[in-house]
Design a protein around this ligand. Sequence first.
Ligand code: ARG
Length: 478
Amino acid sequence: MTDHDEPRGQLWHGRFEVAPADELVAFTGSLAVDQRLLVDDVACSKAHVRGLHRAGLLTEEELGAILGGLDAVEMEFRSGRLEYAPGDEDVHTAIERRVTELVGPAGGKLHTGRSRNDQVATAFRRYVVRELGDLGSRLLELAGVLLARADEAGTGDDGARLPGYTHLQHAQPVLLAHHLMAHAWALLRDVDRVVDCRRRADVSPLGAGALAGSSLPLDPDGTADELGFAARFENSLDATSDRDFAAETLFVCSLVAVHLSRLGEEVVLWSTDEFGFARLDDAYATGSSMLPQKKNPDIAELARGKAGRVIGDLTGFLATLKSLPLAYNRDLQEDKEPVFDALDTVRLGLGALAGLYRTTTFLTDRMASAADSPYAAATDLAEFLVSDGVPFRSAHAVVGALVRRSIDEGLPFAELVAAEPQLGERALPLLAPGAAVRRRTTPGGAGPVPVTVQRDRLAAALVDARARVDRPGPATER
Ligand code: ARG
């Protein structure tokens, strides 16, 4: 006799003579991860048994007993009193086992016409649909913080300005509002992707059974409707094996994480003594255990670092999906951990970065003096020559030569500009502080005229995106 010999109440015990090996239980169980789906799974089970009742497969009493049992399990879970049994391979097994303990033989009818294959896909989609709604809200919150900070920085002629960079080298000055709103537009595209991804996730697989549906008169439309899904599945093989919604969620999270890493990196740079563009609020910075003078941007650094992890969640799961034959394969159980991890990571990151960006002080004097390097007007000087009819390539060469002489010979750039016959005194106003940014008038460009327009468009886009995120359905239920 080994300890496997006693069947442990597995869902399939009728077919097997001995209980599963300990190693199998240890390796294949998923309860530690998927118990997070318990509330969703209970909701799906309630819809399922109501469907069975409509189909005449459950009496009124049986329905009442099972619904009561499901409510009790949910309450035990929420209050931390639900005890798991050794045979509870996953959350679905645990629920069915506990309902049966609570309500007796009627519990044995809970699984009628259903497989864990359609069950897990339904509960997981329900969870993901709701979490995507939450992700959309949090993205909008951070975008709103960026808009508020842009307003504070100012979009008019006297708005705060800083060097704009390419290759991390000074390029042309831009309004700080323009810089902050650039990140907000990226987050708005994330919101778009969230809403789009949610639309495809919002399909109920319930009724697809193990892979082929059932001989019983199930009502997948009715259960989909009751659960608040937009539609039911069209193909039972696809319904039970499709995890595109999980892969898409992981991609959406990965790109959000990449955007957060870029927002983080700029705070890391800006808060250095070398840049000196930002001072962190004490509540959003950390100290050093050894160096008393240090104030560290750990949130910003982890926003960079955790992007690697979220991208790993995506690539790892794509590898899991690759080459899987139809329909359900146990490999698919590996879908939940990366999705939970990615959603958790970006949720916490969005909150932390919203706080960081809300409270960071932008040192705008320092930004302005860096922006007002006379060389910042180099493009304007070349464009000044262009308006005199000089081909841009020659104008570029003339101004480039002045910059080189100024640096090599240590001569003030303004003096060289004044002395250059093609430019002269009349070009000097271009070198005035702030002139370069005020001259960026192209729609969508970095100067006060277009940035003021952009600001109102961004505000309107945020309102529009909010309405799309908040549409009713399982997304908004908690
Ligand atoms: N825990 C499993 C999962 O997450 C549930 C489905 C198991 N199905 C099965 N036929 N073993 O995928």
